[in-house]
Design a protein around this ligand. Sequence first.
Ligand SMILES: Nc1ncnc2c1ncn2[C@@H]1O[C@H](COP(=O)(O)OP(=O)(O)O)[C@@H](O)[C@H]1O
Ligand SMILES: [Mg+2]
Length: 147
Amino acid sequence: MARGADRGARMPVAEFTLPELTQWGEALGARLEPPAVITLDGDLGAGKTTLAKAISTGYGVRETVTSPTFAVAHEYHAPRSSVYHLDLYRLAGPEQLANIGWEDVMASRAIVMIEWPDRAGAELPAATHSIKLAHVPGKPDLRSVSW
Ligand SMILES: Nc1ncnc2c1ncn2[C@@H]1O[C@H](COP(=O)(O)OP(=O)(O)O)[C@@H](O)[C@H]1O
Ligand SMILES: [Mg+2]
């Protein structure tokens, strides 16, 4: 599971249906050890928030994890650590990270999941897991997952 060193060399894993992606995410969450930073790349609707929910559930979050469409940062509680879910889509640039408590989140030694990680620029730490989701042309029920 230690793929951090492979960052950038993503290997296609599979094309998943929604239940398959959920199951895969829950299994990943169950294996996570804090601290961990998980980046979730992919277009709108690719499944980043869906996967973040599944990872959170697998890790032990029992509160509902909602899409942080308007709030950039959400914190959830799990038995082993907090879980932060950051959606940087509306971030104009890395200089705005201070407004969302970025330094505290990164110092928390928790589980941190980041949608639109490129918005963080050079502030983005090395990811424990770097996951890329994509639509599959002609197959609206499937998403490809690379990591
Ligand atoms: N195989 C699949 N995996 C993930 N989501 C899927 C899949 N098939 C359909 N969907 C739908 O695609 C949408 C993904 O939305 P979301 O997770 O919010 O994406 P993002 O956060 O990347 O914008 C959801 O409405 C979900 O039900
Ligand atoms: Mg999303």
